[in-house]
Ligand binder design. Sequence first.
Ligand code: GCB
Length: 607
Amino acid sequence: MPLMLVLNHLHFKLFFTMRLLLSNLAFVLLLNLTCSPTYAQNFMSNPTGRNTTSLNGTWKVIIDWYNRGNQLKIYQDRKASKPTEFVEYSFKQPMQVPGDWNAQDPHLFMWEGTVWYKKEFTATPKTGKRTFIYFGAANYFTEVYLNGKKLGSHEGGFTPFQFEVTDALQDGTNKLVVSVNSQRKEESIPAMNYDWWNYGGITRDVSLIETPANFIEDYFIQLKKGSQNEVEAWVKVNGMNKSKKVNLSIPAVGINKVLETDTSGYARITFKADLKLWTPEVPKQYDITLATDEESVKEKIGFRSIEVKGLDILLNGKSVFLRGVNFHEEIAKEMRRATSDADARSILQSAKDLGCNFIRTAHYPQSENLVKMAEEMGLMIWEEIPLWQGIQFGNPIILAKAEFMLREMIRRDKNRASIIMWSISNETTPAADRDRVLTNMAATCRSLDPTRLVTSAFNHVKTDGNKTILEDTLSNVLDVVGINRYMGWYKAWPDKPGTMVFESKFTKPVIISEFGGEAKFGNHGTADSAGLWNEEYQEQLYKDNIAMFKNVSFLRGITPWVLYDFRSPTRMNAANQDGWNRKGLLSDKGEKKKAWYVLKAYYDSIK
Ligand code: GCB
């Protein structure tokens, strides 16, 4: 195992031990104090609302087939000073950032390993200013070097990370070298096996962010839990002079408040405001400004309340049925990660076209741009960390890593009205270790953000003839229970769909977070079991599931699997799959399968 990995694992082990000994708050403080220099720092919120210079575009790469880059000190980007000097590498091959490498070079189509990236940029450091390099995400394990010196590393493929480079930045040309390793590992999240394409690389935006000496690092501005007119806000200033007056204004409703941060840079306030609430139908957002004597940060934020009462999910106090859909962050027709605003818009528009008011951004935090756009477009979100089946719950590192990922997801998206629930996992098997880890994670989730709901997708249920009984006791720690149930596909109907009975041991709203079946667009035949893989079979399966939903008294939403066909190496049926999971309502090219019309009609009928 490379030294860095060992160090990071020790780091996680240390955090895990401390986590057991300390309260959540103390743990967070410890993380803040110790997360450098080897690990990425806490990233600032709302990077696009700041003074940024994009480092997107063409980078140069070296493919490190045998993982020898560290030994060869590729990060130094040495050039031979005389013909006899031996330097056996050079950055030459172009690679677009953001973007996965799999789609950019046929040799890398299936590559799971290390690629070294290089970008040269010019900088003019200014006295009194600070500079950060901010990555939207890189999958999976990243090490970052500036001008030959290591800045640090980050683990996890779907959340941002940053490094301060104020002292490392040179006046003039700077060389940024980044190694990204995408190998699946037993101790990673996700782990060895998952049903999507492991796109490697710097998959999201990279930017330089300039801040003043003391800057607003983080903030939270949302309606207070349970209230529709009281805003709760806190800010956190970073710098030598953390005691600041921070003006919070929402000009459209005449709000101008001053938060005075304490010596740790923190201030909190609550105030009443006459706000038009955010809904999927009218996704109202307000221009917000946070300003100190050194800077101002702007953002659009919507306000809504979200609660559970008995079996109901209440949006702004009214019971809501979640008409959802799942999707991966992928542009299927081009077999690549979705990276741009246009990509995000096209996926979200497909969800809107279906009649959705809700999306499950499976199975990991998708880009911040997509989440922001969903808020603008009026889509509620179930956002999840990539804790997907096959996780080593008995390994002490796992809880620490999962909590890191949870923290990073919540840190990034906690101001989004669109996010109504955080999901801590997908399809886990009941066991003491799992229960301990997920119980801890649910608690962490609530301590980080008490305003949203906590959920998880389970697939362990008891069946008894036509009866399905929800009994995973972990449901006790959730607000909303997600159930993945592939009736008519992995699970044969025991009886007529309309006779199915659902029982739950918990008084909680349930979302059928996955159901569906595969059909290859253009395959036609019968709708019965002789017609597997045909559009007609999938169409009937949707009709049958909809007939079943009518009997689930505690059902408050559905997110079928899945919007588009998607790439997955585990799908090896040569005739129908050939590397594609064909459960899409839309084909990889965006063609509507027959089941699409069934779901659309259902959603229109319950609007
Ligand atoms: C599941 C998983 C999802 C898979 C899907 C399938 O239960 O949560 O990631 O892609 O089933 O198609 O089997």
